[in-house]
Design a protein around this ligand. Sequence first.
Ligand code: DC
Length: 222
Amino acid sequence: MSIAIAIDGPAGAGKSTLSKAVAKELSFIYVDTGALYRTIGLAAARKGIDKNDKENIVKILDEIEVKLAFNDEGTQIVLLNGEDVSGYIRTPEASMYASSVSAIPEVRAFLLDLQRNMAKNDNVIMDGRDIGTVVLPDAKIKIFLTASPETRAMRRYKENLEKGIECNYDDVLKDVNERDYNDSHRDIAPLKPAEDSITVDTSDYDFEGSKNALLKVIKENM
Ligand code: DC
């Protein structure tokens, strides 16, 4: 039987960077489920559909095929109708679209099997918002990875600057708060810790400290 580790938490808590590093250390496959919602958001944006136009977003699901694949370095890539869109889904616009489309039940249902299938045959660390609560309720270990909104906004702000994406800190903090609110107040699969999850707060840790804290919890519960 394969082993699944579910890592949920708010945007910018370091889920993807940390999950990727921990997966490498444990020789698990890392699955970033946010990329799937971002891809649906990108598809809607490309069609010129408003991010709140639920009806038309649901309609385009019939024309969309989303697949996850891994490149030679083991990094996840996401394919939208066969096109590698991994580079296009990280913009602030794609983030806001992702947050909107992820509140649509049809979108969540559309992506559910794809996520579950990833965990069927391989040991996975899967990160998202509802992995421990909905996607993989039987995951061996469930972690709720979090940090204060200010810490998360500062991390994202620095990340954006490093990538050459212009922004200012206050806007990023506003985005973080808005996305937290959307993600945790939606009716379907809201962001919340699974009852049997372990919370890891990385506000006071740098990358190495966070990684060690995460690995410690995982090893203790394996
Ligand atoms: O983790 P991320 O920032 O790439 O996620 C993008 C959006 O997708 C985010 O607003 C929440 C949503 N999401 C979700 O609802 N469920 C998941 N399992 C993963 C992401």
